[in-house]
Design a binder for this molecule. Structure first.
Ligand SMILES: *Cc1c(COP(=O)(O)O)cnc(C)c1O
Length: 399
């Protein structure tokens, strides 16, 4: 269909789309012309329990009939219970709820500034710097964008916020050099998503934790894409054995309903006082109901453990695919169901994603020549076989 013709009244901030989707069920999604696809994009790691899970629908329906919205000036029991559930996974701390990943990171930026002011005995702005990694993506609003390295994201929007700096990805010496007397916090992705599924090493994370402790700098992790069990542990940092000072969460949290969250470790939680932050819609009853349903399904169906095992098995098969199609593919990357096929320069990842779409498999391009495979955590083994079949045939038929 000519989707572009239907977009005349939309800002041109997204590239012209190839298809329009109308309905989804589990791992499948159907376009307006009635064609079925396997959805290995999950709306970029969002619909983590698949489309239209019956428990998710029932919970939203029930809550919508009861109470959709209530201001945070009054207690929201669903929100408090959701906080308890995430704290049980992240460790002793406190939660703030918002509506997106970039907002969850904005709360981290504010936390960093408050921590810096405490370090500077109340002097504002002196210790304020936030160090992120080159290649990180933290969002599109001003604070998160200022912590984002890519020219493609920043270009045209100067002046950005002051007090941000960058060190080399996965390079402890570079971080040690970038963290100085004016540094309040480090904000990084444990695995870079938009930049093509690049993992920090366990040694790097452990070294960074030690460095931050020595210099009284907060270690803040952006788990917006990697969280919610996507990598085979509830948070991606868990594999390294470290603890974070603060975590941003969003994408998969609501299973498609917009909700973001910021977890702050108990020691730093008192930095936020009444009036210091807020969000009208943040953590409203309906959004929290959606997140409860997602957590229920993840727990009831033991999806974190199964994602670890089945993701590892899928990666082995992707590596076999790389071997077979070495003409087009360079490597398979990632862990759990946060995976990517990396192409040679002769095959732009967008071309691979387009060919796969035409063959009935929805994937997502990323930086660094990567095509991301992000199936729902409850994808069936048969659907994985089917996706691998489509990948094999498509790669065989590419010129
Ligand atoms: C998607 C993403 C964001 C931004 O989330 P939005 O909901 O689009 O604001 C931030 N950080 C990471 C790591 C992401 O993948």
């Amino acid at each position: 269909m000519d989707t572009a013709a239907h977009q005349a009244s939309l800002l041109g901030n997204y590239a012209a789309p190839a298809v329009a989707f109308e309905r989804g069920q589990g791992s499948r999604i159907t376009d307006v012309e009635g064609r079925d696809y396997l959805d290995f994009s999950t709306g970029i790691a969002v619909t983590c329990i698949g489309h239209s899970h019956p428990k998710w629908i029932a919970r939203i329906r029930e809550q919508a009939a009861k109470l959709v919205h209530c201001t945070n000036l009054y207690a929201i029991p669903e929100q408090a219970r959701l906080a308890d559930r995430i704290v049980a996974k992240a460790g002793p701390g406190r939660m703030f709820f918002c509506n997106s990943g970039t907002e969850a990171n904005e709360a981290l930026v504010k936390l960093a500034r408050l921590h810096g002011r405490r370090k500077a005995d109340g002097a504002e702005g002196r210790i304020a710097k936030i160090v992120s990694a080159e290649g990180d993506f933290h969002g599109r609003t001003y604070g998160s964008m200022s912590a984002t390295h890519g020219e493609k994201i920043r270009n045209g929007f100067a002046p950005l916020c002051p007090g941000f700096a960058f060190a080399k990805f996965n390079d402890l010496d570079s971080f040690a050099a970038a963290i100085d007397d004016e540094t309040a916090a480090v904000l990084i992705e444990p695995i870079q998503g938009e930049n093509g599924i690049r993992e920090t090493s366990d040694d790097f994370l452990r070294g960074l934790r030690k460095l931050c402790d020595e210099r009284d700098v907060l270690l803040m992790l952006d788990e917006v894409q990697t969280g919610m069990g996507r990598t085979g542990s509830f948070f991606a940092y868990e594999r390294s054995g470290i603890k974070a000072d603060a975590i941003a969460l969003a994408k998969g949290l609501g299973g498609g309903f917009p909700i973001g969250a910021t977890w702050v470790r108990e020691e730093s939680a008192p930095l936020f006082t009444p009036g210091s932050h807020g969000a009208t819609f943040g953590g409203n009853p309906l959004a929290c109901a959606a997140a409860h349903a997602v957590l229920d399904v993840i727990e009831d169906e033991a999806l974190v453990a199964s994602t670890a095992a089945r993701g590892a098995a899928l990666k082995v098969r992707l590596e076999q695919l790389v071997e077979k199609h070495h003409r087009h593919l360079r490597e398979a990357r990632g862990r759990g169901f946060l995976l990517a096929l990396v192409t040679h320069d002769t095959l732009p990842p967008a071309d691979l994603v387009k060919a796969l779409l035409e063959a009935g498999l929805v994937t997502v391009p990323a930086g660094g020549n990567a095509a991301r495979l992000l199936p729902p955590l409850n994808v069936t083994d048969e659907e994985i076989d089917e996706a691998l079949g489509i990948l094999d045939v498509t790669l065989t038929n590419l010129p």
